[in-house]
Write a protein that binds this ligand. Structure first.
Ligand code: HEC
Ligand code: HEC
Length: 340
């Protein structure tokens, strides 16, 4: 599950702005086509343009910063690691997490991430982030207050907010933010992800060929195939506790959550001082604390997260309902109780 540094096809990023007609009207032919680039070619103007006037901006550097925390300036100076505690991939995937992009369904997401050997995390995937318009939605305002106002409709502010508040690291310089944005353009949604019908693909092609004068309807169609922001509603651990005994948990599903979520950060103390593994000792430790009202009860850690303590800046982000449903929390409990 550990993401390794690979050379990704940055060429895509340099695709000409005028989109050529794909060779055939098959889904496959659309795999290369970034949704935001297609929308731009269709005349839609609501996209996050990269500011080329900032010196030193590079998608490759953005990639390095995102995956390793390190970045080297144009003059060759290696900058201080962005965060001592995390890298962006501690909490965000960079590939697709769900097949149906029109809703945030945690059960479907787990099914998909588990089948594709991806971690199941508190943050939304950055795949397709440049096609979103809204960030830190709904209840995130409760967590970050006024900070959210700047970030909600501005992807650059969203990146900065996350670097400082989520990753607990240093503030990013403009060229670093722009490089991250350039990297995010390389992992935009592709037209083939949208599951357009063959009729829709045909009219998209006709629009790109200039055969249709009004591109409004096809722009609308494309935008209806994915969410323009990731919904986030918080739950109260006591409400989740109350469900125990009323609804049964599924231990097999709980095991998937434990392994692809909790262990992503806690195995071998990867991003936390607190070690967890699949031994009975670990699971019993959690089991004995389920009914407590402190930072060792799964209810509290999942719904409130774990705050940093003085002298230690790392903290655990909580899971909104869209990232772990009430049923999934029951499933996690069932697994811990069965094995602990
Ligand atoms: C400790 C966990 C954590 C780390 C580390 C982290 N993030 Fe986030 N990030 C989150 C959470 C949680 C959200 C809340 C919104 C969401 O993603 O659903 C978020 C939101 C975002 C958003 C807005 C996404 C949206 O759709 O609302 C961006 C952009 C972002 N992060 C970029 C980054 C970048 C770039 C880094 C590395 C410098 C980073 N994050 C590191 C947890 C993290
Ligand atoms: C994104 C990384 C991440 C994920 C995913 C994660 N944790 Fe954590 N967790 C942390 C960090 C960081 C801390 C803060 C304490 C530290 O720095 O060691 C923490 C703290 C905790 C604590 C309190 C430990 C203490 O010393 O106060 C418990 C218990 C815990 N996590 C359990 C879980 C469980 C159960 C899951 C899965 C549902 C989980 N964690 C998922 C990163 C994570």
């Amino acid at each position: 599950m550990r993401s390794s540094i690979i050379v990704i096809p940055f060429l895509l990023f340099f695709l000409p702005n005028v989109i050529d007609k794909p060779a055939a009207d098959t889904e496959k032919a659309w795999e290369k086509y970034s949704v935001s680039k297609v929308l731009k070619a269709l005349g839609d103007d609501s996209y996050w343009e990269i500011d080329e006037s900032i010196k030193g901006v590079s998608a490759q550097k953005g990639y390095e910063l995102f995956h390793t925390g390190f970045i080297t300036s144009e003059r060759g100076t290696k900058k201080r690691k962005q965060s001592k505690h995390f890298v962006c991939t501690s909490c965000h995937n960079v590939v697709k997490e769900e097949l149906d992009l029109t809703k945030a369904d945690p059960e479907k997401r787990l099914e998909y991430t588990y089948a594709n050997d991806l971690p199941f995390l508190q943050g939304t995937t950055m795949y397709g982030a440049v096609s979103r318009r809204l960030f830190y939605n709904d209840d995130y305002e409760k967590k970050y207050g006024d900070l959210v106002f700047a970030a909600r409709e501005n992807i650059r502010e969203a990146i900065q907010l996350c670097a400082v508040e989520c990753a607990q690291g240093r503030k990013l310089a403009d060229w670093e933010i722009e490089s991250l944005l350039a990297y995010l353009w390389t992992i935009d949604l592709k037209i083939s992800d949208l599951q357009l019908s063959s009729d829709e693909l045909t009219s998209l092609q006709a629009s790109l060929d200039g055969e249709i004068t009004d591109n409004g309807p096809i722009i609308e169609t494309i935008k209806s195939k994915y969410l323009d922001g990731s919904p986030a509603h918080f739950s109260d651990p006591n409400i989740d506790r109350a469900l125990y005994g009323m609804q049964a948990g599924n231990a097999d599903n709980g095991q998937k959550i434990y392994e692809s979520s909790c262990l992503h950060c806690h195995k071998n103390q990867r991003y936390s001082y607190f070690n967890l593994d699949t031994t009975q000792m670990s699971l019993r430790y959690l089991k004995n604390r389920i009914n407590k009202y402190n930072d060792f009860s799964i209810y509290q850690v999942v719904r409130y997260g774990v705050h940093s303590i003085p002298g230690r800046k790392s903290y655990m982000p909580h899971y909104p309902l869209e990232k772990m449903s009430q049923q999934q929390l029951l499933d996690l409990r069932a697994y811990i109780e069965q094995k602990g």
